[in-house]
Design a protein around this ligand. Sequence first.
Ligand SMILES: [Zn+2]
Ligand SMILES: [Zn+2]
Length: 650
Amino acid sequence: MIKLNIDRIGEVEAPEGITLKKLFRELIEKDSSIQKRLRDVVGAKIKDQIIDIHTPIFESTDVKLLTKKDPESLEILRHSLAHIMAQALKELYGDENVHLGVGPTTDVGFYYDVEVEGKRLTEEDLPIIEEKMREIIQKNYEIERKELDREYAIQFFENKKEFYKVDLIKHFIPEGEKISVYEQDGFVDLCRGPHIPSTGEVGAFKLVSIAGAYWKGQEGNPMLQRIYGVAFWTEKELKKYMNMLEEAKKRDHRKIGKELELFIIDENVGGGLALWLPKGAIIRNEIETAWKEEHLKRGYQLVYSPHVGKQELWQTSGHTDFYRESMFPEMQIEEEGYFVKPMNCPFHVEIYKSRQRSYKELPIKLAELGTVYRYERSGVLHGLMRVRGFTQDDAHIICREDQVEEEIQKVLHLAIDTLKAYGFDEFQIFLSTRPEKSVGDDRMWEIATDSLRKAIESVGLPYEIDEGGGAFYGPKIDVKIKDAIGRMWQCSTIQFDFNLPERFDMYYIGEDNKRHRPYMVHRAIFGSIERFIGVLIEHFAGQMPLWLAPVQAKLIPIADVHVPYAEEVAQKLREKGLRVEVDERNERMNKKIRDAELQKIPYMLVVGDKEAESGTVAVRTKKKGNIGTIPVEEFAERALNLIKEKSLEL
Ligand SMILES: [Zn+2]
Ligand SMILES: [Zn+2]
């Protein structure tokens, strides 16, 4: 017998291998009033594992019941939908023709990799599959768990022509382990669970897209079709998510980047290698200039390093051993090997080592907007978000032990201040601690981890600890930001490194005239400039704040006769440092205004007879419409102030 301590019910004795389903039935038979308490239970959590009511329990344990109100229960729903979709496919296209791969859950739903013999599924098939799924849900089939012997299971799936399932059993399930399957309405799928009690328990779902996926993610294997679905317990949540997707589509930085002529990715140049067009270059230059100024103010020193370095350098740093598959291949010059840099660190280490350092010089903070190149498979490249060449806003802090705490605080404050200036005010912070396999001594790990924790506490933000999730060479903080439509984006990282100082024998001369090993920290605030600008474009939906806008004001002459005055005003404003254009086209004023709005230009300055006579401009913004006629000087002053403050509003 085992003892289960179940919330809402209390302690219960039961035979080993009992399922919650059986247990609930027995409890209700004894005391029907319990039924009410169990009505919306869809599964449970034991230790950190989510189980369903079909899973046998073998040990005494605490059991936390999950209802549809617990976010964790979504896993159970989404998993079950993958099976329901698989059953629907079999019914639609024939049991014999549909070969199932894997069908896991995602953050918002599920997918299933499938092969349908003789048919290439398209998005047009999705509503048909959905309808079949609804039929299965309507019928409310009971879902049952069974355990099979290995040999029997292999034979069973072979008979069903489920070759991928057979492959999974042979390669991923150890000999001797029982093989669990779930069955509904005669449809059997290899699965560990968890699943809802019956198909009728399904909430709201939608099939959204189809993509190609190699079996087991390996090129050369058969290409399956991956059908993605999203799922929530309620229609309301699903609708909210679908609206967000819709909004995300409108804000897609690849689309906006093209419309506003900010950047292109040209197949003649190569995938994942961005070309910045003049307007995009202005945004980038403004961001980089602000970044440099802020870093200089905070005691960083700017450096530059080359794009390639010798093979030995990357060997010393360990990159050729641990990072090789992400690096562009080696090239030969005069019988020596070189690599394009995937990171800037070894260069900064060499700059530190360019002469002997004294304890008085520390901390040394070397900063660089360093462009690095990494091999990413062409299939995962995505606009500016995932590229092969990108610019890290990188810096390395090299300091003494007694400086660690203060320096880490400073760098986290710098990160949060910087991100807030772009209008991000919701953050998720993760602290990753020492993994089992690691280098560096206990004391250093403790001091470093402690300093990271204290820094997070000093900015007053909540955080999560990823226990054992740090790199083998040091603990780190990751900062994610929430954009205007609620998506989280990974940005800043503050990463200790106990490995490179050893490998490169970095030291400083202490007060005691002896050599000491410094602490080293890698850190980036944006992470990648390319990606950060991609995020900004989507966050602002292309409507950049004034200080970043490639064109800050558009002069709109009402008629041709007003063009000379418009030119005169434009020239005045340019001299004051504003980025201004004149719309000289022979178009109606409304069309010019509309076009300037589509180009996301912050200010539209309309000029006609009245303005020309009085030396004024009629100021418009997209959001507020006409906001008054003011002297040119006054407009310039107002705009320049907003730019100076890096204001997000007009
Ligand atoms: Zn399953
Ligand atoms: Zn680094």
